[in-house]
Design a protein around this ligand. Structure first.
Ligand code: ZN
Length: 587
């Protein structure tokens, strides 16, 4: 059952976006709006814009946009309904009764979190029982102290089939609940048994301190080495990072990214309290954005093997895109950070961290390994590739410094290298200028949504469609004029959908503010809509502009339907519309 619309209307009316955003972002007023540093990506100069009139925000850096509900969804990583509940609580509103008990999405979430918490307690308790002796011995042998075991709530799942199911049944949870929480699995015959068996258990805790899932590790060489909870309504592996609940409190100012639970835990035990790990998946853009909220800098500390190097190469651009400074640590003399710590101690690792390479040096080094520098032809090829790489650095000082490094590697003079980089840099600048010129000449490209999936088929129509939506957002009373414009005439599916939603709201006397659409649109759709809504639109001549927009949209729709030859009909229709608007505006 959907949330009653009147309730949402009141919620949005009672929530001031500027107040809400101010709780997490320092905003500065400029004219009629506010600017601040975006909470969704790391930045030093503000590109996050809040427009009180429209109750919307828009980031010109990462592209995120929307209203109050989207803000909470994004900031707290919550689904729509839960974000509504957060705002309702904040506004002192009771959640509507018709919604809560029947829909139960939030209840279900809470139930899953409660099951996970209970399961974590049980796993932890088993670690100290005779059946868990093997697990405890394993963790101790890996060098983990009593304090660390408690701090991370590590546990043990015995080598039996339904032991967790039975234990949780005593707490009132049935097999269905465990299946939902990802703690049990279903076999072909429909038998349900424990997912985690004979494994040491790592609870995965989100930034709010809730147990959302588990990782289980075998104690020998059997496979899979790690088994993780599947994605559930409370756990999404590409949006959560292990140990961030602890690392987020670190004063280190830089996050240490590792490949696994054991590395992360070993680092914490040695006092490096900003270590985290991505969970059973390589780093995603969402992970990077999440980390960028807490840290301006990342040190990638992956294994030294081929897989680790490849993973680091993939992670660098993602972290940079999220606005972080990136360095790469090279573990030498050990296969991973955990082994390094055991062999050389914490001071040696601290030195390793301080020496961790800037990602430029790291990439230069990766490049070098592809060439045989004894061979002159290959040496030239290396220098050209290196110059190409260095030409992407925006600062001339950086280009010079790293140019020096590359020159030294290849055994040429820094001047020669500087020349090479300069040439590559000018080529790049010229290429970018050409691309810009092409873009300027074809404004159609600029008008396209940034999100690929939302590309406009018909720019001329889409521009008018955007205008109609802006007007409807600004003044719902204009809906009366729109009776002649059916949503089917819209060329953009997204804009057509938004138009239909807003029109219906307006006709039912509901508010047509952008934040109210949060439940109906995906994040990407909302980002684009916030961009559309943010473009200038005047209400001064609104009826006239509306008539023009409608004429364009109808005209283009007629063309699409194949009536394009009939210019007379088209012209007549357009004239009629214009006349109508004119007469209404003239007193
Ligand atoms: Zn941003």
């Amino acid at each position: 059952m959907p949330i009653p619309e009147r309730f949402l209307d009141e919620l949005i009316a009672r929530t001031d976006l500027v107040d809400l955003v101010s709780e997490s972002v320092r905003l500065t007023k400029k004219g009629n709006s506010y600017w601040g540093c975006c909470p969704f990506h790391s930045e030093k100069t503000p590109s996050f814009h809040v427009v009180p009139d429209k109750q919307m925000f828009k980031c010109f850096g990462c592209g995120k946009g929307g209203g109050a509900i989207n803000y909470v969804m994004e900031l707290e990583n919550l689904p729509f309904r839960d974000a509504v509940a957060v705002l309702a609580k904040r506004a002192g509103m009771e959640m509507p009764e018709t919604w809560e008990p029947s829909a139960g999405s939030r209840q279900r979430r809470e139930k899953l979190l409660a099951i996970n918490k209970q399961a974590a307690r049980i796993f932890h308790k088993w670690l100290y029982e005779p059946e868990g002796a093997q697990g405890l011995a394993y963790l101790q042998q890996r060098g983990l102290s009593q304090r660390t075991l408690t701090r991370f709530g590590l546990g043990f799942a015995p080598n039996r089939w339904v032991v967790l199911i039975e234990a949780l049944a005593k707490e009132g949870y049935d097999k269905r609940d465990l299946l939902d929480a990802g703690l049990a699995v279903n076999n072909k015959d429909g038998r349900i048994y424990d997912r985690f068996r004979n494994r040491v258990m790592f609870p995965i805790i989100d930034v709010r301190g809730e147990v959302i899932g588990f990782g289980g590790r075998v104690m020998d060489d059997s496979t899979p080495k790690y088994l993780n909870s599947p994605d559930t309504p409370v756990y999404n592996k590409s949006r959560n990072v292990f140990a961030l609940n602890i690392a987020k409190k670190s004063k280190a100012g830089r996050v240490i990214l590792t490949e696994g639970y054991m590395d992360t835990i070993a680092l914490h035990q040695a006092g490096f309290d900003s270590a985290v790990a991505s969970l059973g998946t390589s780093l995603t853009q969402e992970h990077a954005q999440l980390l960028a909220r807490y840290f301006p800098e990342a040190i990638i500390s992956y294994d030294g093997d081929g897989a680790g190097i490849a993973a680091a190469q993939r992670a660098i651009p993602l972290l940079e895109k999220a606005g972080m400074k990136v360095r790469v640590l090279r573990v030498t003399g050990a296969k991973d950070p955990d082994e390094f710590l055991k062999a050389y101690g914490r001071d040696a690792f601290a030195r390793l961290l301080d020496q961790s390479e800037n990602q430029v040096d790291y990439r230069l080094d990766q490049l070098r390994s592809k060439y045989d520098l004894e061979d002159d032809t290959q040496r030239v090829a290396f220098l050209q590739d290196a110059a190409q790489l260095l030409s992407t650095l925006p600062s001339p000082v950086e280009r010079e410094i790293y140019g020096g490094h590359a020159a030294k590697t290849a055994g040429v003079s820094p001047e020669v290298m500087a020349q090479e980089v300069k040439k590559a840099f000018s080529r790049r600048v010229r290429k970018q200028q050409k691309q810009q010129e092409r873009r300027d000449l074809t404004p159609a490209i600029q008008l396209q949504p940034r999100q690929r999936g939302l590309r406009y088929e018909n720019i001329r129509s889409a521009r008018a469609e955007e205008g109609v939506i802006r007007l409807l957002l600004l003044d719902p009373s204009l809906a009366e004029e729109m009776a002649q414009l059916p949503p089917e005439d819209f060329s953009s599916p997204l804009l057509g959908k938004v138009y239909r939603l807003l029109l219906r709201r307006a006709q039912e006397g509901l508010s047509t503010q952008l934040p109210l659409l949060a439940g109906e649109l995906t994040g990407e759709e909302m980002d684009h809509l916030a961009y559309v809504a943010g473009k200038p639109e005047s209400l001064a001549n609104s009826r006239r502009s509306l008539a023009d927009y409608i004429a364009v949209i109808r005209g283009e729709a007629l063309k699409r339907s194949g009536v394009s030859g009939d210019d007379l009909l088209l012209a007549a229709k357009q004239n009629n519309l214009k006349k109508k608007a004119y007469m209404e505006e003239t007193p």
